[in-house]
Design a protein around this ligand. Structure first.
Ligand SMILES: Nc1ncnc2c1ncn2[C@@H]1O[C@H](COP(=O)(O)OP(=O)(O)OP(=O)(O)O)[C@@H](O)[C@H]1O
Ligand SMILES: [Mg+2]
Length: 233
């Protein structure tokens, strides 16, 4: 993994890397959580900016789409700091904004990623204050439709503490994954973010510890988790 903004995920994705291994575990855990539910949408968020939401969301989506043979879709719902169009090297528009505005059908915002089973809906055009767009029926209709056509929908979002968008989105997905940045996200801040999500009745599934600097030795010590590759589905 590298931190350069210009790199697409196809440049940086390495299925032998610790993050790819973690994503396979995460996917496996998600399978166990909602075992008999066929169609799911998950929101990836974090307390603050820059903790790795887009990185985790795109790696998870790529893992599901590439190796698991599910019809999967990743949606850029971070209309403030959109990244997925760069990460997947697709046009930014039309995207979720135009769907939320009612200008286009969500299926018309779907773009190919080059991976057969993984599509992307980018953020769309620039918008100053998007929070109100996430209120109301249009958004729930969009996600209902997307879940009808896709097995897995992964939603990348803005952070929880500064803005209300992820809290609103949490009501239309099946579960929320919170990213923490190892050694950076303070405990009280993480707890505050968790409480905001729980107060919004979000189905908070768990936490992914993103280790951007890859400094913690236990990150590489698979024995620490008590898992083996054999546990994957
Ligand atoms: N595990 C990782 N290894 C290497 N670089 C990483 C890792 N996680 C994040 N980064 C880098 O850190 C920066 C921020 O990550 P990312 O964009 O995923 O965070 P974010 O939470 O989505 O940020 P924002 O709040 O701006 O949307 C990016 O340049 C990304 O490439
Ligand atoms: Mg992001």
């Amino acid at each position: 993994m590298q931190g350069k903004e210009s790199n697409t995920i196809f440049d940086v994705f390495d299925q032998e890397s610790p993050i790819a291994t973690e994503m396979r575990r995460l996917y496996s855990n998600l399978q166990h959580i909602n075992g008999n539910v066929k169609k799911r949408a998950y929101l990836v968020t974090s307390a603050n900016r820059g903790e790795g939401k887009s990185t985790v969301a795109s790696h998870l989506a790529l893992t599901i789409g590439r190796f698991r043979n599910k019809k999967s879709l990743i949606v850029d719902a971070d209309l403030r700091r959109p990244r997925l169009h760069q990460i997947f090297n697709v046009p930014r528009e039309p995207g979720l904004l135009e769907c939320l505005n009612g200008e286009i059908d969500p299926l018309d915002a779907v773009k190919d990623t080059g991976i057969k089973n993984l599509k992307v809906i980018p953020a769309g055009g620039a918008v100053h204050s998007p929070a109100h767009l996430f209120e109301g029926d249009i958004m729930s209709g969009i996600f209902e439709k997307l879940k009808f056509y896709y097995d897995f929908v992964i939603v990348d979002s803005a952070p929880v503490i500064p803005v209300s968008d992820p809290m609103l989105i949490s009501s239309v997905v099946d579960g929320v994954i919170m990213v923490l940045l190892a050694g950076m996200t303070p405990k009280n801040v993480a707890i505050r973010a968790r409480d905001i999500l729980l107060d919004a009745n979000a189905n908070l599934l768990g936490v992914v510890v993103n280790n951007a600097s890859e400094v913690l030795p236990y990150y590489y010590d698979y024995g620490y988790y008590g898992y083996t590759e054999g546990e994957e589905e």
